[in-house]
Design a protein around this ligand. Structure first.
Ligand code: ADP
Ligand code: MG
Length: 463
């Protein structure tokens, strides 16, 4: 392990570590959720893959997944965590995609929704731990943070405020912080787009759209998280559009988050995109080393205050953790928690070698990055068809993404230059060399390119 290069391993497969007994977990679901919910929903979930800090669960349809995510995910995670402490994330894979249901919410699916009792209020929860005080400022989030605060000081000045950025970079944290800051003065509504969908479906089913409309339109601050979730869901977009317009008309402040800029959202109506872009768009970028170090130190300090426990890590170890955790702040915190847990148990001052050992499976994690995957992610990212990206056409809007994909294939897989060339419609390896050089140069000189590369890398590492 010591001799291996951790950075490299980051990208390759490791062995799955199977410890969970799914039947046992299923029976705990049954106890927690009750027979009815269990047999309509949870029983149908299968365990597809198990990794040290996350699981891939199988579900029958996209609708099913959205439903589970919006309604039960937190509880499921909590339950499974009690069997496996290292877990911090669950992903879903659709096992038998019901083609009919692919892009829209089908009415026949809605009938399944009936029995579940719920109140909208339950979902309008703000998490008191995600506030401005513990949001750490850095170069990557500076602008987003300062405008989030400005919105709180002067409502409707930037409307909507649209915060975008990759996974785990602090969007939900900021949205929550805004909600908390304003909660005493205003009628604040905070909801994820998934839950918005959930209420929407429920209201259709109950023939209660009037209440739904009223409920969301009466807020004076409407905060909606992960708006990319509306992608492809036409009827939901329609409803959102009306809600949005009527809120703006009456002068309510709207705050939105998404994983990308408005114009880059896919399968979202153009008129919605332009409304989303009509206020102020700010983005959060990947954290730099300095911010990561600050976050680690702050977390250590919090532990000190909260538990009156002195966990100290050397500067070297802190820098090591910060620089090795590549993708996002959520992962960084996960890594730190693991190191802290180890320190507690063994009661010793850790060295970098200890950390490598503790974290080997985190840094080794699956993340099978293949040329195919890179090609898909890159073409998606730049909004071009894969076939065009691979074609012989040389126009810049196709050539640049193609070069980016070649560059990433070289950097993130073990494929040789000729192999990569072959995967790009049989190009010569010299073309790949040229692409690698060009993108290396551009990513040093051009901020936009640097940002694109970082975002694509995070997407690849997250999938
Ligand atoms: P996103 O919604 O963009 O996926 P989150 O807001 O859920 O990301 O952030 C992931 C985790 O990282 C959360 O625990 C959050 O509190 C933490 N986090 C993100 N940015 C910061 C920051 N600047 N300071 C402190 N914690 C942060
Ligand atoms: Mg979020």
């Amino acid at each position: 392990m010591e001799k291996n290069n951790i950075k490299k391993q980051n990208l390759y497969v490791n062995e799955e570590e199977k410890t969970l007994n799914w039947e046992e977990i299923q029976s705990s679901f049954k106890k927690t959720f009750g027979n009815e919910i269990y047999s309509s929903w949870l029983q149908k979930i299968s365990l597809e893959k198990e990794f040290n800090d996350y699981l891939i669960l199988g579900v029958p349809t996209r609708f099913f997944r959205d439903w589970i995510v919006s309604r039960y995910l937190d509880k499921i995670l909590e339950q499974v965590k009690s069997f496996k402490l290292s877990l911090n994330r669950i992903e879903f894979k659709i096992i038998e995609e019901n083609k009919q249901n692919k892009d829209s919410i089908q009415i026949d699916q809605i009938s399944k929704v009936t029995e579940i009792k719920d109140s909208i209020l339950n979902y309008n929860r703000l998490n008191p731990h995600l506030n401005f005080e513990n949001f750490i400022q850095g170069k990557s989030n500076d602008i987003a943070l300062s405008y989030s605060k400005k919105v709180c000081e002067q409502l409707s000045r930037y409307n909507p405020l649209y915060i975008c950025g990759g996974v785990g970079l602090g969007k939900t944290h900021l949205l929550n912080a805004i909600g908390i800051d304003l909660q005493n003065v205003n009628n604040v509504m905070f909801i994820s787009a998934e839950r918005f969908m959930y209420h929407f479906i429920k209201s259709i089913k109950k023939n209660d759209m009037v209440n739904f409309k009223d409920f969301f339109r009466k807020s004076s601050v409407f905060i909606i998280d992960d708006i990319q979730f509306l992608s492809g869901k036409e009827s939901l977009q329609e409803e959102f559009f009306h809600t949005f317009n009527s809120l703006i008309d009456k002068g309510s402040q709207i705050i939105i988050s998404a994983d990308r800029a408005p114009m880059k959202l896919e399968r979202i109506q153009d008129r919605i995109k332009s409304r989303l872009a009509g206020g102020l768009v700010v983005d959060i970028e990947s954290p730099d080393l300095e911010l990561k170090i600050k976050i680690i130190k702050k977390k250590l300090q919090e532990i000190q205050i909260q538990f009156n426990e002195n966990i100290s890590l050397s500067e070297d170890v802190i820098s090591f953790l910060a620089s090795e955790s590549k993708t996002n702040i959520r992962e960084l915190i996960g890594v730190l928690n693991r190191v802290i847990a180890f320190t507690r148990v063994h009661n010793k001052t850790l060295t970098i070698a200890d950390c490598k050992n503790i974290l080997k499976d985190v840094f080794n994690q699956i993340r099978v990055i293949t040329v195919d995957k890179i090609q898909n992610v890159v073409s998606n990212y730049f909004n071009i068809a894969l076939s065009e990206m691979l074609s012989q056409r040389r126009s810049r809007p196709l050539a640049r993404p193609r070069q980016v994909a070649m560059y990433l294939a070289k950097k993130m897989t073990t494929r040789s230059l000729p192999e990569i060339g072959r995967r790009f419609a049989n190009r010569d390896h010299t073309t790949v060399i040229h692409a690698v050089k060009t993108i290396t140069r551009l990513s040093e000189q051009d901020d936009e390119m640097k940002k694109n590369i970082n975002q694509i890398k995070s997407l690849l590492l997250e999938q």
